[in-house]
Design a protein around this ligand. Structure first.
Ligand SMILES: [Zn+2]
Length: 121
């Protein structure tokens, strides 16, 4: 039994659908959706509608908090390494540079290690 959580949509309760009506007779209200699992916004929202509501209310604050881009990010030879896996072959794991197209073999442990990277910056 997984735990129920609420949709984080700031106006979820304002979207008037039958499944949002809760409460006893004479005391019914539209309420924020509660589920064991959501499929939008990293599992935080019941719908793209609610995800957009949240972003419209808090998106600017979130971007400013975590760092607004003020110049373009650049993909270069130094940071273009991506891990890949040849599912047809015999468990071959490798790094692939999407700029130079160079390929370097790595172990499965290195493949699974999220901190292991060939990227310089
Ligand atoms: Zn919602």
């Amino acid at each position: 039994m997984s735990e129920l959580k609420y949709c984080q949509g700031t106006r979820c309760h304002q979207h008037q659908t039958q499944d949002r009506i809760k409460g006893t007779k004479g005391n019914k209200t539209y309420q924020t959706r509660r589920r064991s699992k959501f499929y939008y916004g990293n599992g935080n929202f019941c719908s793209t509608w609610c995800q957009n509501d949240w972003f419209n209310d808090f998106g600017d604050q979130a971007i400013n908090h975590f760092g607004r881009l003020t110049e373009p990010k650049r993909l270069t030879e130094q940071n273009a390494w991506v891990k890949d896996y040849d599912w047809r072959g015999d468990d071959s794991y490798f790094y692939f540079n999407s700029i130079t197209k160079e390929q370097r073999p790595i172990t499965k442990e290195q493949y699974d290690d999220d901190n292991y990277t060939l990227n310089v910056s």
